[in-house]
Ligand binder design. Structure first.
Ligand code: ACM
Length: 275
């Protein structure tokens, strides 16, 4: 992979998928991205379950919409990567044997950089998906080591901490946020790990199968390692969000001449964390 550029361009897709219409939703994302005057980017992040919608009503529905890792979404993300030059990260339901994960892929050109199955399932997701059993991934990109987590993972501080301890400078965070405190909460997550976080959240509403309605809160955002809100989208409209960052700003965890807050950790005194 090439040397780390000092300045990378990030594009965040905040879309409004229609449940159960993956082809239509993918085409809409392609129009948003490739219709720009300059579609080039280094990193593109799409929401959790960006092409299927979120509120499954039955396992049969999920079976119809889930894909293998090398299915149509892989092909779509490869095409987007080829057309833009970007590492592309997106969430989708992945078939895992007889089960399904709420997954995400990171793709560069025709290569799979990482595949992740969400380890902290939120609320009704627990009726349909199986929890991931592999650690949160950190992988090399042309702009340095990057991590990946999905939506509700953010509320487990250990998730982003483990990515940062493994060297991630930038963390992609495909989401379908419904709880109102995610955007603010992610500011602290970024500060306490001194990493860039890139949350792609959807907008719109779903009310399926007599289940309680869900309103997705948008506000996709790029947060810097000192808690700066570099970009944040609206709460209720599809939009492309853009930002330029220098991932190297996340390398040092030193906040004062004698205080590097990763070196000063005391894991031996945090034993309840691993129980
Ligand atoms: C969520 O994890 N989709 C709230």
């Amino acid at each position: 992979m090439q040397k780390t550029p000092r300045n990378i361009k990030i594009t965040v897709v905040q879309n409004s998928p229609e449940f159960g219409r993956p082809e239509k939703n993918r085409a809409e994302v392609a129009r948003m991205l490739l219709g720009q005057a300059d579609p080039s980017a280094d990193l593109i992040v799409l929401p959790e379950l960006f092409a299927t919608g979120y509120q499954f009503d039955s396992r049969a529905e999920l079976r119809d919409l889930a894909e293998p890792e090398d299915g149509p979404t892989f092909g779509f993300l490869s095409e987007i990567s080829g057309a833009t030059g970007a590492v592309v990260v997106a969430g989708l339901p992945i078939r895992r044997g007889a089960d399904f994960s709420n997954g995400a892929l990171a793709i560069f050109k025709n290569s799979l950089l990482a595949s992740y199955d969400k380890i902290h399932l939120f609320d009704e997701e627990r009726d349909f998906f199986v929890e991931g059993t592999r650690p949160l991934p950190v992988f090399e990109t042309p702009f340095g080591p990057m991590g990946l987590m999905i939506c509700f993972d953010w509320l487990f501080p250990e998730a982003l901490r483990s990515l940062a301890l493994s060297g991630a400078l930038v963390v992609a965070h495909p989401s379908n946020w419904v709880l109102p405190f995610g955007p603010q909460g992610m500011i602290l997550r970024s500060v306490e790990n001194r990493v860039f976080t890139v949350t792609a959240n959807r907008v719109g509403r779903e009310e399926r199968g007599g289940r309680p309605p869900l309103t997705f809160i948008g506000q996709s955002q790029v947060i810097g390692p000192r808690g700066d809100v570099i970009a944040r989208g609206p709460a209720d409209e599809p939009v492309l969000l853009q930002a330029r960052i220098d991932p190297e700003e996340a390398r040092s965890k030193k906040v004062a001449s004698r205080s590097d807050f990763f070196e000063q950790r005391r894991p031996g005194l945090y034993s309840s964390l691993t129980s």
